[in-house]
Design a protein around this ligand. Structure first.
Ligand SMILES: Nc1ncnc2c1ncn2[C@@H]1O[C@H](COP(=O)(O)OP(=O)(O)OP(=O)(O)O)[C@@H](O)[C@H]1O
Length: 246
């Protein structure tokens, strides 16, 4: 497994408060990783750093085969480099059908410049069907997205991100608000997506994390507190004290 993302020695201070403190995390490709930790541990800020929304005060963020630094790049350049982000709330176009939403995502790969060079091709419909199948919405292609359940909207948005073929997909609390069946489908979907790319999932639901069957990174006060299998990190006394025991 080659290293795709290397965050090392990164710190961020907001108004004198050190939200990220000498944080180092590596992601391989392909890899599925869960990130857990108490409220305020720095999970969102970490994703903000990787996607270019927040610039760290110090440290390095190195990406891809050519070891480029992401620090000098803006959010859209980073998205074009192959980093997709799924926020907690689904943001699909509710008045458009599932097919139309996927169509827009397929036609709009990664950034504004790619659109200029996009050509309509018979490959588009095939790709839409492939994506709909991948996220389990093949039977819902012609429904307005606003009619979908919360879980289905989340899957549609994941499908729209997959349409852009990211090398790293960051997913923020996918299980929130989902039924048990939707959660199960979501774990399958993320595990499948992570067979060919890096997928990092921030999640509080430990049962969901267990089903992901992947390496887990525990953040606390802006640093890595523990890392390894879920059984390994959940038996760590410090993890129990700051997170699980609450
Ligand atoms: N823009 C900001 N200005 C000031 N403080 C901030 C800012 N963004 C985050 N923080 C602080 O940095 C710390 C880390 O926040 P962050 O949102 O990254 O944690 P988190 O692990 O994602 O928490 P949660 O699980 O609640 O989403 C918190 O104490 C938060 O209040």
């Amino acid at each position: 497994m080659a290293t795709l993302l290397e965050v090392s020695g990164v710190s961020v201070t907001f108004d004198g408060f050190r939200a990220i403190n000498n944080l180092s995390i590596q992601m391989g490709e392909p890899e599925l990783r869960a990130v857990i930790g108490p409220n305020g541990a720095g999970k969102t800020t970490f994703m903000d750093i990787v996607t270019g929304k927040t610039k760290p005060d110090e440290g390095r963020v190195i990406w891809g085969d050519d070891n480029i630094s992401l620090l000098g790049r803006n959010e859209s350049q980073i998205a074009r480099a192959g980093i997709g982000r799924k926020f907690q709330k689904p943001t699909v176009f509710e008045a458009q059908t599932v097919r139309e939403n996927l169509q827009m995502a397929v036609k709009n790969p990664r950034g504004p410049f790619d659109v200029l060079f996009w050509r309509k091709s018979s490959g588009t419909e095939a790709r839409i069907l492939e994506l709909a199948e991948e996220v389990g919405l093949l039977d819902h292609l012609d429904r307005p997205s606003g009619e979908l359940s919360h879980g289905q909207k989340q899957w549609l948005e994941i499908g729209m991100l997959l349409a852009q073929d990211p090398r790293l997909l960051l997913v923020d609390e996918p299980a929130a608000g989902m039924t048990p069946q939707e959660r199960e489908h979501t774990t399958d979907l993320l595990k499948r997506a992570a067979q060919t790319r890096a997928v990092m999932v921030v999640e509080h639901d430990m049962e969901f994390v267990r089903r992901l069957e992947c390496k887990v990174t525990v953040l606390h006060e802006g640093s890595v507190l523990a890392e390894g299998s879920l059984d390994h990190v959940t038996s760590n006394p410090q993890v129990i004290e700051v997170y699980l025991g609450r």
